[in-house]
Design a binder for this molecule. Sequence first.
Ligand SMILES: C[S@@+](CC[C@H](N)C(=O)[O-])C[C@H]1O[C@@H](n2cnc3c(N)ncnc32)[C@H](O)[C@@H]1O
Length: 230
Amino acid sequence: MWFELFLETRSYTDQEAAFIERNLPNPPYKKVLDLCCGEGRHTNYLSQKGYEMVGVDIDEEALAIAARNSSVSTKYINKDMRALKEIAGQFDGIISLWQSFGYFDENTNQEIIRQISNKLSERGRFILDVYNRDYWMVNQGERQFEKKTIAIRSENRMIGKRLRSSLTYGNGLGSDVFEWRLYTQEELSALGERFNLRLLLACTEYNEKTPISAGKPMMQMVFEKSSAPS
Ligand SMILES: C[S@@+](CC[C@H](N)C(=O)[O-])C[C@H]1O[C@@H](n2cnc3c(N)ncnc32)[C@H](O)[C@@H]1O
């Protein structure tokens, strides 16, 4: 239900992809892996712009839609992000967009960052778009709204550093529950440093000039690989 109701109503792809193009200019950044690519909205867009794209996701149905919408030869791989190291080759860029990081425990999330770093070529870049914990700390609670005529009740609760987000759909359509470890800019910057990823840029609204703030739910961070894999 989540894909059906939320993904299609998200119309920011052009702005987000333009940010990727500015921060991963091709050349020299040509080979890019879209980690947790979902239905491939960025993967296919960037592919059409001349990038050599590989999209990775655990959801087979989403990948089938991504492949169907792809007009050029984009490679899609069905894989759990924890097994990123099994994907062949090195990449000039890796992107992880729309809160697709933090699903696991502390060590596993760190291991994913390590694998991302190891998959990047020297000076390769990693672009991360995630929730800002500072925002969610003060924006918890319940909300009722409608999408595509379906009534939705959402509840967002922080449990320690983790956000539990549940969505209950009207018309007997069931529910979805998501949970992530949320980070602050400082925490992610320190995590990147541990694995040779140096923070180049941090902003919000996919606008390099807009600083991260507790008033905005998302943040974008651009890291650069600074030395040999760990
Ligand atoms: C919020 S969606 C974002 C999709 C896409 N990046 C976008 O912006 O449209 C999160 C994606 O992460 C994928 N995902 C969740 N857990 C995963 C895992 N362990 N390994 C790979 N993909 C995963 C989901 O299937 C979903 O497509």
